[in-house]
Write a protein that binds this ligand. Structure first.
Ligand code: UFG
Length: 337
């Protein structure tokens, strides 16, 4: 039985991936410091799957904690979701972002190699692509970041590629996520942001459930069909199944391979509000606000490589994403709390 260590496995993407792995016959071990996640998410994963697994509450930056996990469990591969992820916050406290996001990868790779664990999948982001590219972005598009969060993703990609080059048998898959949204169709797990949500769908969800009054649409004068920003929103369950496909790949190769995970389709802010209004059964109020600094007009993936090499494609529609988000939000208006 293949056993996978999920670093940051109690978080939004980690918990959904945990479900997909358990349902596809993998064993898992979860490590998470719960700094931006809840242990309740793991209880819900157990409820959905009917399966149990070990959990360690520990900081992935602490190599001694990782050493203990690798000593106590026979691990075949690691999926590394752990890290800080708020773009705006990373501009305010860059030192903390570099310290945490880079140290986690360094400690993890040191401990993995010491214990002979040679397969890792890393959560990267479409944010590593520079603004001067034409859409859709392919894995060969130019790289470059506009904030410290993005740089930590790109630096971690570099670190992992260099380790793979220098370490025979080491295998790395870098997954560049576009915009993960939605929730598990059971309504038991979903995104649970602390404070005011930065991202569009969790903000809309809080307006829909009556926690906030209206949505601010950041700019309607972009060069896009309706003037609002266009993104490649991807159902989190599709994203989770992308990790299962990548796991199969990483275990059977060595060196580094990079994949975009997206739908390949662009959706505007107004499209999203319309679809969410349908899902929750009322017209959601929005106000046109100034553009948000650093935002691009249009971002979407060319996901051909993931289809050809991993055999993976996204299958869920925008209406599925909104319906599943609403199912989670309406049943858990305060998230896991
Ligand atoms: N938007 C609004 N109002 C809001 C929030 C967002 O109009 O309240 C707009 C944005 O201007 C943008 C779109 O909705 O046009 C999507 O914004 P998000 O904040 O949801 O997502 P981003 O594309 O800005 O960023 C996301 C993740 C990053 C990741 C990036 C990769 O937050 O971590 O995708 O492309 F790096």
């Amino acid at each position: 039985m293949t056993r996978v260590l999920l670093c940051g496995g109690a978080g939004y993407i980690g918990s959904h991936t945990a479900v997909e792995l358990l349902e596809n016959g993998y064993d898992i071990v979860v490590v998470d410091d719960l700094s931006n996640s809840s242990k309740e998410s793991l209880e819900r994963v157990k409820k959905i799957t009917g399966k149990d697994f070990p959990f360690y509450q520990a900081d992935v930056c602490h190599k001694s904690a990782l050493d203990r996990i690798f000593e106590e469990n026979q691990i075949d591969a690691v999926i590394h979701f752990a890290g800080k992820k708020a773009v705006g916050e990373s501009v305010q406290i860059p030192l903390e972002y570099y310290r945490i996001n880079l140290n986690a990868t360094l400690a993890l790779c040191e401990s993995m190699i010491q214990h002979g664990v040679m397969n890792i999948i890393f959560s990267s982001s479409a944010t590593v692509y520079s603004a001067d590219n034409k859409v859709p972005f392919t894995e060969k598009s130019h790289l470059g970041c506009s904030n410290p969060y993005g740089w930590t993703k790109l630096m971690n990609e570099q670190i992992l590629q260099d380790i793979a080059k220098a370490t025979p048998g080491f295998s790395v898959v870098l997954l560049r996520y576009f915009n993960p949204v939605g929730a598990h169709p059971s309504g038991l797990i979903g995104e649970d942001p602390q404070g005011i949500p930065n991202n569009l769908m969790p903000f809309i969800a809080q307006v829909a459930v009556g926690k906030r009054d209206h949505i601010n649409v950041f700019g309607n004068d972009y060069d896009t069909p309706d003037g609002t920003g266009v993104r490649d929103y991807l159902h989190v369950v599709d994203l989770a199944s992308g990790h299962v496909a990548a796991l199969n790949y990483v275990m059977n190769h060595e060196g580094t391979e990079i994949f975009n995970l997206g739908t390949g389709k662009g959706v505007s802010v107004l499209d999203m509000i319309k679809s969410y209004s349908k899902a929750c059964g009322r017209i959601l109020t929005y106000v046109i606000a100034p553009r948000r600094a650093g935002d691009l007009a249009t971002v979407y993936a060319d996901a051909t490589k993931a289809k050809e090499v991993l055999g993976w494609t996204a299958t869920k529609t925008l209406d599925d994403m909104c319906a599943d988000s609403w199912n989670w939000q309406s049943h858990n208006p305060n998230g896991y709390h």
